[in-house]
Design a protein around this ligand. Structure first.
Ligand SMILES: Nc1ncnc2c1ncn2[C@@H]1O[C@H](COP(=O)(O)OP(=O)(O)OP(=O)(O)O)[C@@H](O)[C@H]1O
Length: 575
């Protein structure tokens, strides 16, 4: 049972224990709801005994008051315990689930994020877990608790009078079966609604992110129309889903009412035949008027469980995702990077690297050159284990990087991409990302080396200026310089520069080239640039074409050879 609960609801060990505790107390809470009813029966029994025998001595009035107070206190404490244990379990489990998801995301290869929409992941971490909070704090414990209470009551009623119990309870299994049989249909409906909601979230996020392009290409109308269509589809599937659930649930609820009719009919027959006392008849009528509400509650919550399954499926999908593992101990003799017959493809349709072999030595600048789409960026990112390769090996300091923990590996890399990512915080904090414990002096030094200081000093708050989402308030070149300052501050033994100076003007580029030449001393440097002057200082050039290494050598050697590199060089000289 323990394992079933744990797997069924994708819970942690502690979550399963607190969940069972919550269900235990919720069951007692529902059982305690019968106490006032028992009190009424006690009173009724005595009242009828008094009617049959007027000389019988009634209980003292204060006895009833005392019983009522005890019942109230018992119910109060049981409810408090049930509330406390259920909510404690729910909130702590949801917190854990969010942390586990975030931890999982941290360990997934970056390839995963390329395939997934980020709004979708955010929605799983926030909205799906929120929905779980609701369902776990209400529906799930209630199902277990009310079902347990109903079983106990059913057993008591069957022992008390099996025929009347049968007349009362026969409807419940049929109503339950009706809901159970509808589960596939309800699951399918909810999945449609859920996916439609995800599409809308993605639409909104995408249109907000690309608002500039949308406006500049006058695409507002078509974007709004798409959003409108998706919203209509969402509305339609919501209404369809609710209608379907409503029809099924109402069908079950109406069916349950037959139970009251059969109690009245059978009870009257048995009463007429003198096989049932008036008191027992009244007991079953009262039961019939109260017991179907909790049964209906269970049925209603069962449909919530079908909805829960859609969300749990998403959690399981993320849970089952393969994470990148490796040793956290990494003490290389040097920082030479070696690609040996590397095969790589993002998806099976197209192989991006084919038996690629080259070495980027420590203390040297290795330039990756080649036509657009030849696999330069991919190769550079593979060196930092952004993805795992499908064939060959990549070693760093002689150690296979697929056996090194990605985070441990990345500590050795300073990376500057063309697509700079900045955070909506101060310039100082954005640079500090390179080295969390950096002093202000170290930050200033890195900023000066990266030629940031001039433009930062002109800003009203200097290094404390908050730069907006992804540095929106800065120019492309300024943003790029901040990211270079970050890399300088990190001072890692390996430097990857992917079109790092592409968005700078000639004057700034040459200044940054000087800074970069300081940054890269005695380091392993892999540089990707389309402008040939950017790689003039490279020690080695690796030319890629269609994912294959077609030339390797110094810039002078390759120029003299007159191959692809020579042609590219000539082309740029002409231009
Ligand atoms: N995340 C990805 N998923 C699928 N395919 C990708 C992905 N990134 C790149 N590719 C494909 O892999 C091939 C190599 O891309 P890559 O960016 O490595 O080339 P590149 O030589 O750096 O190009 P450029 O000079 O234009 O930046 C291209 O065909 C590209 O479409």
């Amino acid at each position: 049972m323990y394992n079933w609960i744990k797997n069924r609801f994708v819970l942690s060990d502690e979550g399963t224990k607190t969940f069972i505790k919550g269900v235990f107390w919720t069951t007692w809470h529902y059982l305690s709801l019968m106490l006032p009813l028992s009190f009424v029966f006690l009173f009724l029994k005595e009242f009828m005994a008094k009617m049959q025998n007027p000389s019988a001595e009634p209980h003292n009035f204060w006895v009833y008051i005392a019983i009522a107070v005890v019942i109230y206190l018992v119910m109060y404490f049981i409810y408090a315990l049930s509330y406390d244990s259920t909510y404690e379990s729910v909130y702590s489990e949801c917190k854990k689930r969010r942390i586990t998801l975030a931890e999982k995301l941290r360990k997934l290869p970056l390839a995963f994020f390329g395939k997934k929409d980020l709004s979708d992941l955010t929605s799983t971490i926030m909205n799906d877990v929120n929905a779980l909070e609701m369902i776990f704090s209400h529906a799930v414990p209630e199902i277990f608790a009310v079902a347990a209470m109903l079983v106990i009551c059913a057993v008591a009623l069957i022992i008390y009078n099996p025929v009347m119990a049968a007349a009362l309870l026969w409807v419940a299994p049929f109503a339950g079966l009706l809901i159970y049989l509808s589960r596939k249909l309800q699951f399918k409906n909810f999945k449609h609604t859920y996916n439609a909601a995800r599409v809308i979230t993605e639409d909104i996020q995408e249109s907000l992110e690309n608002i500039q392009e949308i406006k500049s290409y006058c695409e507002e109308e078509s974007v709004c129309k798409a959003l409108d269509d998706h919203s209509k589809f969402y509305e339609h599937s919501q209404i369809k889903g609710e209608f379907m659930s409503g029809v099924i649930l109402n069908g079950a609820q109406i069916f349950l009412k037959f139970g009251l009719a059969s109690v009245l009919i059978f009870g009257s027959i048995l009463l007429a035949q003198d096989k049932l006392s008036v008191f027992d008849y009244l007991v079953y009528i009262v039961c019939a008027s109260t017991i179907y509400s909790p049964i209906y509650l269970v049925l209603n919550n069962m449909t919530e469980l079908f909805f829960l399954d859609v969300r749990l499926k998403r959690f399981k999908e993320m849970d089952d995702m393969e994470v990148q593992r490796g040793s956290t101990k990494f003490e290389p003799a040097d920082y030479d990077i070696e690609f040996k017959n590397v095969d790589f493809y993002y998806n099976e349709e197209k192989q991006v690297l084919k038996k690629a072999s080259f070495t980027a030595k420590q203390g040297e600048i290795t330039a990756l050159v080649g036509p657009s789409g030849s696999g330069k960026t991919t190769a550079a990112k593979l060196a930092a284990r952004f993805w795992d390769i499908q064939g060959g090996t990549i070693t760093l300091g002689g150690q296979d990087i697929s056996r090194i923990d990605p985070e441990t590996l990345l500590k050795n890399f300073s990376i500057v991409f063309q697509d700079v990512v900045l955070f909506n915080t101060s310039i100082r904090d954005n640079i500090r990302i390179g080295k969390r414990d950096a002093t202000d002096e170290e930050i200033l030094r890195a900023a000066k080396l990266a030629n940031c200081d001039d433009f930062v000093q002109k800003l009203p708050q200097g290094y404390d200026t908050v730069i907006g989402e992804n540095g929106d308030t800065l120019s492309g070149g300024e943003r790029q310089r901040i990211s270079i300052a970050r890399a300088i501050l990190k001072d890692a033994p390996i430097v990857l520069l992917d079109e790092a100076t592409a968005s700078l003007d000639v004057e700034n580029e040459s200044k940054i080239q000087q800074s970069i030449s300081k940054l890269v001393q005695n380091k392993t440097v892999i540089i990707i640039a389309h402008r040939m002057r950017t790689i003039a200082n490279a020690d080695k050039v690796v030319v890629l074409q269609n994912g294959q290494v077609v030339e390797t050598g110094s810039p002078a050697e390759l120029k003299a050879k007159g191959g692809l590199f020579g042609k590219m060089l000539k082309l740029q000289e002409v231009n």
